[in-house]
Design a protein around this ligand. Structure first.
Ligand SMILES: [Zn+2]
Length: 261
């Protein structure tokens, strides 16, 4: 009972500090959907240590971002087999399991359903998780695959265009614990800004507060900002709610995601 009361007070506090631009409440209720003209994004979920899964649609192009566990189920419900087969690009922000856990099942499904068109997977340089999944996948299915998987390691932060979407990758700061649970190391991690027909969506992935995200989020039509830090003490893994809000407020609208449940 006491817990419920605390939660209610927390929600009230959150709502009073929420500006109209902020589109997701705390705790976050998924899915989160945003659309302007032909640019559409659906965040099926973004739950720390469990799963993220995002679908981006730009006109006729279907793009998946951070396919965590459950992505296939969510895509099947959302767009069905035919459109899943038309997915052209996958963008990975970093290799943590809650962001790549659905890659194997997605690639396998595309093989079983006889995808013909190629799929391009973009990922940060040094992301061994994606290379390992791809390597293992090719070892098992390389001789019987119906489509081409193109790995594109992002080595710099140059803007490029794919399927009429302009993509600006940018570096973010994200770490993980070593086996001792105390020391940390930096992991290869990117954020992406996607532009389509004058509209811009900025997604920071998992990151501590960083200037590159501040710069890219500013003025975007939608910013998707993680607030994965459990308390209010800043660290170098995730952002606190107030850090994330300060960045989100500089965009036209924003979602806070990856908030601990
Ligand atoms: Zn992470």
């Amino acid at each position: 009972m006491q817990k419920r009361e605390e939660l209610r007070i927390f929600q009230v506090r959150e709502q009073t500090i929420t500006n109209k631009k902020r589109l997701s409440m705390t705790p976050v209720k998924y899915p989160l959907v945003w659309q302007k003209n032909n640019f559409y994004i659906k965040i099926f979920c973004s739950i720390p240590n469990i799963a993220t899964g995002i679908l981006l649609r730009a006109g006729e192009a279907y793009i998946v971002i951070d396919p965590g566990d459950g992505i296939l189920r969510d895509l099947n419900t959302e767009i069905g087999t035919k459109r899943i087969l038309s997915i052209s690009n996958v963008f990975i922000t970093h290799g943590h399991h809650d962001h790549v856990g659905g890659v194997w099942s997605l690639l396998t499904y595309l093989r079983v359903m006889q995808k013909k068109s190629p799929i391009v997977i973009y990922y940060p340089k040094g992301c061994v998780e994606i290379e390992s999944i791809h390597h293992a996948f090719m070892k098992v299915y390389g001789k019987t695959i119906s489509y081409k998987i193109i790995l594109k390691e992002i080595k710099d932060y140059k803007t490029f265009k794919t399927k009429n979407v302009t993509v600006k990758p940018f570096p973010v700061i994200h770490k993980e614990y070593l086996g001792d649970g105390i020391n940390t190391r930096q992991v290869p991690a990117l954020g992406y800004k996607f532009s389509f027909e004058q509209l811009k969506i900025c997604y920071g992935g998992d990151t501590a507060y960083c200037e590159d995200l501040v710069k890219q989020a500013k003025g975007s039509d939608l910013a998707i900002i993680e607030a994965g830090h459990a308390d209010d003490t800043p660290d170098d893994m995730h952002m606190t709610v107030s850090e994330a809000e300060s960045i989100g407020e500089t965009a036209k609208e924003y979602f806070l995601v990856h908030v601990p449940e």
